[in-house]
Ligand binder design. Sequence first.
Ligand code: GLC
Ligand code: CA
Length: 553
Amino acid sequence: MSTLGQKVIYQLYPKSFYDSNHDGIGDLRGIIDKIDYLKKLHVDLIWFNPFYKSPLNDNGYDISNYKEIDPRFGTMADFEELVDKLGEAGIGVMLDMVLNHCSTEHEWFQKALAGDPYYQKFFYLRDPKPDGSLPTNWQSKFGGPAWAKFGDTGKYYLHLYDPTQADLDWHNPDVRHHLQDVVRFWEKKGVKGLRFDVLNVIGKDEHFVDSTNIEEEKALYTDTPIVHQFIKELNQATFGRDPEIVTVAEMSSTSIENSIEYTRPNDHEVDMVFSFHHLKVDYDHGEKWSQVPFDFMKLKRLFFDWQNKMDQGGGWQALFWNNHDQPWALTRFGDPVNYRVESGTMLATAIHLMRGTPYIYMGEEIGMIDPAYHSMADYVDVEAHNAYERLIQEGHSEQEAFAIVHSKARDNSRTPMHWDDSEYAGFSTVNPWLIPTDQRQINVENELAHGSIFNYYQRLIELRRTEQLISEGHFSPLLEDDDQVLAYERYLADQAERLLVLNNFYGTTTTVTLPDHWQGRAVHKLIANYEEEVTLFGDQVTLRPYESLVVKG
Ligand code: GLC
Ligand code: CA
């Protein structure tokens, strides 16, 4: 069995992977049809975004029944077949556990609404303030207030996300027991991995108070001490009993200190965390819905800080550029027009050789980029539409507002997987729920026949399995002041051999002076995105546009 550090995880967005029954929506049978493709990458696990019963207001993150498959995605029998067939291919299934909130269509919420006091204690129901205003001034993460009217009871319920996603009150032990039961239900079906949605916001203070700014507000419900306690309990009651299960928790606006605590093996919480600070380096003063070039030095400092401190503290990170909530990294941090292959493989190198467990989001391995949409009608996501409205209200022109949404919308990465160059990208035979735009050039068929990105990912995955420096090594930053190159080293306790990773983040050539201990050293090239052997270093190394060079020596 591979160790945590040797594993690579693929993320698959079922709604957009492959549509087997021609309704424009990807489904479980579609995934089964494509297992041969999935096998090629040789990943250890696949994390699936939710396909449970749901009104799909937030694409399945609004679950109305935790133990059923939504008919649009298939049946329980399809799911079981998927687990079996992936298992035969040596791939484990990682499921998404959305336990912070459930859909307002869930029977718990419906019973609560109907007046059942037992279920009313499942949610955060509060009276308005004496002046009739909302219980607190908190904002929903998708825009608008975080409180909505609880039927005609005069009370309000808390929703940190969409109004149809009601936050569950984890302070109630019965809620925790029900949720633990959900986790065990899927474990019994042979699931080998669990991804916990927004897990660090489950410990809201029961005494709701107003906030004076957004940072203070987040602190009121994020990473509170009781979250650790809840996770430990969940661990003991469920996955902690099975050493084979891999766990990752999505942590919204978390800190390094907390992330160490969440993941130190002896604390028995989770194996690793997703944190997002490195994906906010193109936010203008912290505002996502803005358009500014990414701040490379900030990105570098964040990587170094997290890698260093997580290493020193014995924590473990999930490594990723892309997921279903982010625009494509290749469009954001690379050059999709002039250097799609070079910048795509450079970004992959930069992240895959760090300390942690890499995640590949479907389509990344063929170099997919943001779709060329032309109007708001092309977007589906509630968040994108709310943001557009707000930008207009704030005085942006329609053109500006659209340009901002275009660059940041979550739908960017939710467009269907490009299988071939046909009208619907080989994803479906009918118009898909989101339309593909660049499939003529970027598609699986093309990539496997003539491309080099997929093959590069295969090699990165293989290297992690075979090179202990990558799977177990410590991390140390290099060339900290260089404003174009991300460089670091990996080394093991014996210090015998080291790994040097150099990544040029821009489309211009640059020369760096190597640290003393690499100058004049005999090296062995492990992987690079330009041809050419390197066997002996001088004092300097010249890197071409978006060049990555990885050597051992
Ligand atoms: C996470 C999911 C996102 C979802 C949100 C609310 O951030 O990744 O897609 O909208 O949680 O469940
Ligand atoms: Ca379908």
